[in-house]
Design a protein around this ligand. Structure first.
Ligand SMILES: Nc1nc2c(ncn2[C@@H]2O[C@H](COP(=O)(O)OP(=O)(O)OP(=O)(O)O)[C@@H](O)[C@H]2O)c(=O)[nH]1
Ligand SMILES: [Mg+2]
Length: 290
């Protein structure tokens, strides 16, 4: 009977959230091809018999350019401060760079055992993978496992490397739990995910979703009122789309996911508001819940 917390860290876009979803077998964290998709720690719970691993997905570590960026990095370091282990995810195709070395240094300081997951092997060439494994091995961490978070290849092996390194301990969550995220946060994230794949350039960064109200009616229908915040008046049009087309497309897609999540019909009301330069202002970041 073992248990513990395992932080998943790495540069933006390497596949940390995809991995946590694969590990727990359900979508608990949103993913996208845009960097800095994850903006808070998300716990994904994997129960195997008497043992339980709590994976903590974190934002990608990067050079911060805004107050939001600084907060995101702090979240990652905070999660490392009291973790039992760390999974360091790197992209098999991207050469190990200064960003990875910085993270490796922090992980060494953190003292917890570290397992390196070399991800995206499904789209990397065999010699790229071999080279990456060899280069990463110079760090002297506990284990190195090639995986594909997308296909699930190697993920069982990763769990096999984690479990024996955790200490004896109790369950932290009920055995059927996969996440501890409140439903309104999960709903806001699902909506943001639909936007991320449709928006370009700086817009994904400028977008924040807040669920203002969520109620279940007597007939079971879940009514969700949410606001999409952008940073400038000029961005509002893009988030709404011509004649409301973007709002409608995102709403339909999000509703589909939310209905699966809640197992109920969902009515989604989505508004768009401007919150000037929210990424750069501490006060607004507080208010938006970062
Ligand atoms: N082909 C392939 N794509 C992957 C794999 N893992 C993740 N991806 C893709 O890589 C992109 C980034 O994945 P995320 O899981 O959002 O990455 P992340 O590390 O959580 O990113 P941030 O939250 O921004 O730090 C998405 O488009 C994923 O579908 C993989 O094993 N194989
Ligand atoms: Mg992520």
């Amino acid at each position: 009977m073992r248990s513990g917390f395992v932080s998943i860290v790495g540069r933006p876009n390497v596949g940390k959230s995809t991995l946590v979803n694969n590990l727990v077998g359900e979508k608990v964290a949103i993913t996208s091809s845009r960097p800095q998709t994850t903006r808070n720690t998300i716990r994904g719970v994997l129960t195997q018999g008497d043992s339980q691993i709590v994976f903590v997905d974190t934002p990608g570590l990067h050079k911060p350019r805004t107050a939001l960026g600084e907060r995101l990095n702090k979240i990652v370091y905070g999660s490392l401060a009291d973790t039992d282990m760390a999974l360091f995810v790197i992209d098999a195709r991207a050469p190990i760079g200064p960003g990875d070395r910085l993270i490796a240094g922090r992980l060494t300081e953190a003292k917890a055992p570290v397992i390196v997951a070399v991800n995206k092997v499904d789209i990397a060439k065999p010699d790229q993978i071999a080279e990456q494994l060899a280069e990463a091995a110079e760090w002297d961490f506990a284990a190195y496992v090639p995986i594909s978070a997308r296909t699930g290849d190697g993920v069982d092996r990763l769990v096999d490397e984690v479990l024996p390194r955790l200490e004896e301990g109790p369950h932290f969550f009920p055995p059927d739990a996969v996440s501890d995220q409140p439903e309104h946060l999960l709903a806001a994230e699902f909506i943001r995910e639909k936007y991320l794949s449709r928006l370009h350039e700086e817009l994904p960064h400028s977008l924040a979703i807040v669920v203002n109200e969520m109620t279940t009616r007597d007939d079971g229908l879940v009514h969700i009122e949410a606001t999409a915040y952008v940073e400038r008046e000029s961005q509002k049009g893009m988030v709404i789309g011509k004649g409301g087309s973007m709002l409608q497309a995102v709403g339909t897609e999000a509703r589909h996911d939310l209905e699966k999540l809640f197992g109920a019909k969902v009515f989604l009301e989505l508004r768009v508001k401007v919150e000037k330069d929210w990424q750069r202002r501490d006060q607004t970041l507080d208010r938006l819940g970062f």
